[in-house]
Design a protein around this ligand. Structure first.
Ligand SMILES: NC(=O)c1ccc[n+]([C@@H]2O[C@H](COP(=O)([O-])OP(=O)(O)OC[C@H]3O[C@@H](n4cnc5c(N)ncnc54)[C@H](O)[C@@H]3O)[C@@H](O)[C@H]2O)c1
Length: 271
């Protein structure tokens, strides 16, 4: 790849790195020369992902921790800066949903579990804000760094049912713009903050909503495909090029943006 996109020797933390999308971006960045640090809650899962990345010729380690714990985040920051000297990249891919924050077809808004709503909101929003605070401080000290938050299509036009998740992702878009301005105005142009809004990818959490046991599409899965001009779900590897772009010098004048990688979903009015 041309030097404009070169990431050799950079150090990148990927929260939710044991998951489907975080894991794919971690592998992709490692293949571009990034020393990858996978952060998540399950050390065995992180070790397995890190081993796969190493087998593919990349450099990766896994460090377990909860993105909602300042202590865990601080521990990861200390370990990473001691071992590798810097934190150049942060991808906030830890996130998810809970049943009680989702309205099933038989339910209405009035059946929402306020506790689960708060838990989902907190995981997705605070689980992005706190890593930006702790790891972003290392970037502030270095005067450089690239943060990528993970938004969703549901941030701009809320999907039915997923009320807590949609609200949290909308807040992530707003926070991404806010932090981009804050970093640039107070610490200079070296620290950039952007988001990727993935379209629909089959992951562990949404599989049951999208596919039946026989792998045929559910009604919801079919209606998403109908609204997607390229007529398919995304492949996790298809997020890598956008992540590489946002982490590299090629995007030096790009901050505060939310880039959809969605097969045209957001561009399509449905007619
Ligand atoms: N799959 C999709 O279609 C899709 C679309 C748009 C956005 N997203 C977003 O992309 C991100 C990754 O999604 P995915 O499909 O790979 O899901 P995933 O469940 O495979 O990965 C999420 C990872 O986050 C980890 N995690 C959850 N809570 C955590 C915590 N408190 N601390 C540390 N780690 C924690 C999980 O253990 C898991 O490994 C999420 O933010 C999701 O909302 C996914």
């Amino acid at each position: 790849m041309s030097s404009m996109f070169d990431l050799t020797g950079k150090v990148g933390i990927i929260t939710g790195g044991g998951g489907v999308l975080g894991g794919a971006m971690a592998l992709g960045l490692a293949q571009q020369g990034v020393q990858v640090v996978l952060m998540g809650r399950n050390q065995d899962r992180l070790n397995r992902k890190a081993q796969k990345i190493e087998e593919a010729g990349g450099k990766a380690i896994g460090i377990s921790g909860d993105v909602l714990s300042r202590n865990d985040l601080q521990k990861v920051k200390d370990e990473v800066t001691e071992a590798f000297g810097s934190i150049d990249i942060l991808i906030n891919a830890a996130g998810g949903n809970l049943k009680g924050a989702t309205i099933s077809p038989e339910e209405t808004f009035f059946d929402l579990s306020p506790g689960d709503f708060e838990r989902v909101f907190r995981l997705n929003l605070s689980g992005t804000v706190l890593p930006c605070m702790i790891f972003g401080e290392a970037m502030k000290e270095q005067g450089s760094g690239s943060i990528i938050n993970i938004s969703s299509l549901t941030a701009s036009t809320p999907f039915s049912r997923v009320v807590g998740y949609a609200a949290a992702k909308a807040a992530i878009d707003n926070f991404t713009k806010w932090l981009a301005v804050e970093m640039a105005m107070k610490f200079g142009e070296g620290i950039r903050v952007n988001a990727i809004a993935p379209g629909v990818f089959i992951g562990e959490q949404n599989r049951l909503l999208l596919l039946n046991d026989d792998q045929s599409l559910t009604e919801r899965g079919q209606s998403i495909i109908d609204r997607t001009p390229v007529k398919r779900f995304g492949q996790p590897e298809e997020l890598v090029s956008t992540a590489v772009y946002l982490c590299s010098e090629a995007s030096g004048f790009v901050t505060g943006t939310i880039i959809p990688v969605d097969g045209g979903f957001l561009a399509y009015a449905g007619v």
